[in-house]
Design a binder for this molecule. Structure first.
Ligand code: RB5
Length: 147
C-alpha cells in the first residue's frame, strides 16, 4: 500500500535549490520526501525528470508528486503523458487546493522562475492539505481518464 505521506520530488536544473528547500520543509512536517534529483546544476532535460517522478506516482510507490522547472509548464506536460497522472501548474494557493479537491490531481508543478520561494512553500501546503471531494468531480475526472 502506498504511504499516504510519501511525496516524490524532481526538477530540472532551473529549480534545484527550490526543490531541495521544499523537500526539507515538508520533511519537518511529517511528509516523507523522496527527492530523485538531479543534484548538480548542469543543464538537463525536464521531460526525463517529469516522467521519472510521474512513474513513481503512477506505480503507487509515492502518493503524490511535486515537480519543478523554470516555468513548471514543460515538466507538467511531460508528467501528464504518463497514464494515471493528473498534474497542474500552480502559481497561487487557490488553484493548488482546487486541483486536489476538484481534479484529483496527484502531482503539482511549480515554476521556480515564476514565483518566489515563500509562495512556493505556501502553494505546496495548499496542495498537500487538500482532499479530493469526489461526487460530481469524480464523474468529470473519470471523463478525463477515458479520453
Ligand atoms: C530550462 O531553461 C527551461 O526551459 C525549463 O526549466 C522550463 O521552464 C521548461 O518548461
Amino acid at each position: 500500500m502506498t504511504a499516504k505521506n510519501r511525496i516524490v520530488l524532481s526538477s530540472d536544473h532551473a529549480a534545484i535549490a527550490l526543490r531541495q528547500a521544499i523537500g526539507a520543509h515538508i520533511a519537518t512536517q511529517g511528509w516523507e520526501a523522496i527527492d530523485i534529483g538531479p543534484i548538480t546544476a548542469e543543464s538537463t532535460h525536464y521531460p526525463e525528470h517529469g516522467r521519472a517522478a510521474a512513474l513513481r506516482v503512477a506505480s503507487g510507490d509515492c502518493a503524490l508528486g511535486i515537480i519543478l522547472c523554470g516555468t513548471g509548464q514543460g515538466i507538467m506536460m511531460a508528467a501528464n503523458k504518463v497514464p494515471g497522472i493528473r498534474c497542474g501548474v500552480c502559481s497561487d494557493t487557490f488553484s493548488a487546493r482546487m486541483i486536489r479537491q476538484h481534479n484529483n490531481a496527484n502531482m503539482l508543478a511549480l515554476g521556480a522562475r515564476v514565483i518566489g520561494d515563500a509562495l512556493a512553500i505556501d502553494i505546496v501546503y495548499a496542495f498537500l492539505g487538500a482532499e479530493f471531494e469526489g461526487g460530481r468531480h469524480a464523474t468529470r475526472v473519470k471523463m478525463i481518464e477515458a479520453t
